[in-house]
Design a protein around this ligand. Structure first.
Ligand code: SAH
Length: 359
């Protein structure tokens, strides 16, 4: 049967004290409960040993403590760990642990599916089912941290490092879940994580950008650009492509000034589609002299739809054009190629693929 209780992690940390007072408990229990939820990664009521049993039972009547069930976990030869979770309504989402130099990056999903319809993205194929609740977003971090604690990798530091909203979905299309989870992760009474360790990756839907400026936390920003000429961008990214690139980049510039860190421009390279050096020159003109750096990501193939990453030579030539214009440019190898790690691929394989082609 579908569980209709809200998740306790759907409640903002500052709302826990009033909630407990309503239940006839002292307000300080709010902090205690928040620590269990966001510091001790509790997924079972029984572990909250310093809360009275009667209180735990009353909370369990009204709230669910766990909203994600582990369905599958795969570890790539490069150390990338991919998790597939089932939500209480049967929907599935992915979260990934990416090993970086000295720490790990958690890649979080913000939606079940996505409405942006990007042609090269596996998540886009099924359309949007729904946004994740704040609790569902936060619980991904809980499961990933528990994974690292239970099975510490031997080669690198096991510290959880950065959180990136770069998994399934368009974060700015789920404002409530995104803003709530960032507020909770960074709150002293919540996760206590520095805003500097959080990055939002967005395709830049216009309404979402307007809201983003009002986000109180100065998190890092990646703009998924993926094409420098407007027609090509609209073709590859039908919904976010409606935001004119100059508008998107002006936003990225304002954000960089606000947080005193460069905005990253993400560019997925697809052979014969957006890897022309003329496109690189256009991108270089747009990015040069501005507070941007570029991440080039060779396409992670997921289907027999004819899309492929360019060869190494082309990727390097594309990078060279940008470097020659003074634009800091990195090539990001897609991690976890052997485990369907790119956005939405594992879920897609589980659901059974429906074919979609580049128009
Ligand atoms: N919707 C947000 C976040 C999720 S997509 C955004 O667009 O930024 C996260 C990143 O994965 C984006 O940079 C996107 O361009 C990239 N991506 C999507 N499909 C990919 C694929 N098949 N291969 C490589 N990168 C891909």
């Amino acid at each position: 049967m579908l569980d209709t209780r809200p998740l306790l992690r759907d409640v903002l940390p500052e709302a826990l004290a009033p909630l407990l007072v309503q239940l006839g408990e002292p307000a300080w229990r709010g902090r205690q409960l928040s620590a269990w939820l966001h510091r001790s990664r509790a997924l079972q009521w029984e572990t909250m040993t310093d809360l009275p049993r009667a209180l735990r039972l009353r909370l369990a009547d009204a709230y669910d403590l766990q909203g994600l069930k582990a369905l599958e976990r795969r570890i790539s030869t490069d150390g990338t760990r991919k998790h597939l979770f089932e939500l209480r309504d049967g929907a599935t989402i992915e979260s990934v642990i990416i090993p970086m130099e000295g720490h790990f990056t958690f890649c979080l999903s913000s939606q079940v599916g996505c409405a942006m319809a990007c042609r090269f993205c596996a998540t886009a194929r099924g359309g949007l089912a729904r946004g994740l609740s704040m609790g569902e977003i936060l619980e991904q971090v809980v499961h990933l941290e528990r994974d690292l604690a239970a099975d510490p990798p031997t080669t690198r530091g096991q510290r959880a490092g950065n959180l990136v909203f770069m998994g399934m979905g368009e974060p700015l299309d789920n404002w409530e879940g995104l803003a709530g989870s960032i507020a909770t992760l960074t709150a002293a009474a919540g996760g206590g994580i520095s805003h500097r360790r959080i990055t939002i990756s967005t395709s830049g839907p216009r309404e979402g950008l307007r809201r983003l400026m009002r986000l109180p936390q100065s998190v890092g920003l990646t703009l998924s650009v993926n094409a420098a000429s407007p027609e090509l961008r609209r073709r590859l990214m039908p919904i976010p492509g409606r935001t004119p690139l100059p508008v998107l980049l002006r936003f990225g510039e304002r954000w960089a000034r606000r947080i005193h860190r460069k905005t990253t421009l993400g560019y997925v390279l697809i052979a014969g589609v957006n890897d022309d050096l003329a496109e690189a020159r256009l991108l270089a003109r747009l990015a040069a002299g501005r507070p941007f750096k570029v991440n080039l990501i060779p396409l992670n193939r997921f289907d027999d739809d004819g899309l492929a990453p360019p060869g190494v030579d082309r990727v390097l030539a594309f990078q060279q054009v940008l470097l020659q214009s003074g634009v800091q440019t990195f090539i990001r190898a897609s991690g976890g190629q052997d485990i369907d790690a790119a956005c939405g691929q594992l879920r897609r394989r589980r659901l059974g693929s429906r074919s979609g082609r580049l128009a």
